[in-house]
Design a protein around this ligand. Structure first.
Ligand code: DGL
Length: 258
């Protein structure tokens, strides 16, 4: 990895949606993606365990020369974003926070739904986002156990998507925030399950714009490199990348202790 690269990580494939958006906006940046699949899913582990992994993977990326780290995972952002910024003050971190603010701007009925993992709802970040942006609006927070893992494995997610989406819509939400990066890959199914009167907000493009702002314009005109690393099985990860992005890429297994 060359110095100045952008490191992006998630528990697994969820952050690939962020990677795609970042690459589209910063085509000459060198991008390194780590899927921490040996420890996936994060969302059903305790916050302390997720924080330990977020530190281990961030340190790995920083040691390897990343100057910006994108925590492309709501669960890891909830568990560790604040502490990462304190521990590495010279680094720039871009994290995920549920897109409550745009949802509050969009709701007509005054009720928004947030689909996310248990870990995301446990962190202080979610409470503070709601406190800052959702005054006067009802927020239906719906943990979706099993959904990220099913997307990771390429399982049929119809039943889970219907159950979780129907729950927030049934409780009055007319705007749904995708609060887990894995859910971007089933956004169309969530839209269909929610019905035409419901807006679904995927924060991935906004996160990529934030990465661009943080980096400034460093375009060289040349195409940057991309590495796909996993703490799990490399050929399984290459298959997953192909399934979700339509392109076969070489993937490499790495060990990241912590
Ligand atoms: N994609 C992650 C998130 O945004 C985590 C999913 C998981 O590992 O549970 O929360």
């Amino acid at each position: 990895m060359t110095p100045g690269s952008i490191g992006i990580f998630d528990s697994g494939v969820g952050g690939l949606g962020i990677l795609r958006e970042v690459q589209a906006l910063l085509p000459s940046a060198n991008l390194v993606y780590v899927a921490d699949q040996a420890y996936s899913p994060y969302g059903e582990r305790g916050l302390a365990a997720v924080r330990a992994r977020a530190f281990a993977v961030s340190e790995y990326l920083i040691d390897a020369g990343a100057t910006t780290v994108v925590v492309a995972c709501n669960s890891a952002s909830a568990a560790a974003l604040h502490e990462l910024r304190e521990r590495f003050p010279a680094m720039s971190f871009v994290g995920m926070e549920p897109a409550v603010k745009p949802a509050v701007g969009a709701t007509q009925r005054g009720t928004i739904g947030v689909l996310a993992t248990e870990a995301t709802f446990q962190g202080e970040l979610f409470a503070s986002v709601v406190d800052r942006h959702a005054r006067g609006v009802s927020v239906v927070a719906r943990a979706c156990p099993g959904l990220a893992a099913a997307i990771e494995d390429g399982d049929d997610v119809d039943d889970l998507v219907h159950r979780f989406t129907a729950d927030v819509v049934g409780r009055g939400a007319d705007t749904i925030v995708l609060g887990c990066t894995h859910y971007s890959f089933v956004a169309d199914q969530i839209r269909t399950a929610a019905g035409s009167g419901v807006r679904v907000i995927d924060p991935a493009p906004a996160v990529a714009r934030q990465v661009k702002r943080v980096r400034g314009d460093r375009g060289t005109g040349e195409r940057g490199g991309m590495s796909y690393l996993t703490t799990g099985d490399a050929s399984r990860f290459a298959d997953q990348v192909e399934r979700l992005t339509g392109v076969r890429r070489p993937a490499q297994a790495v060990e990241i202790g912590g």
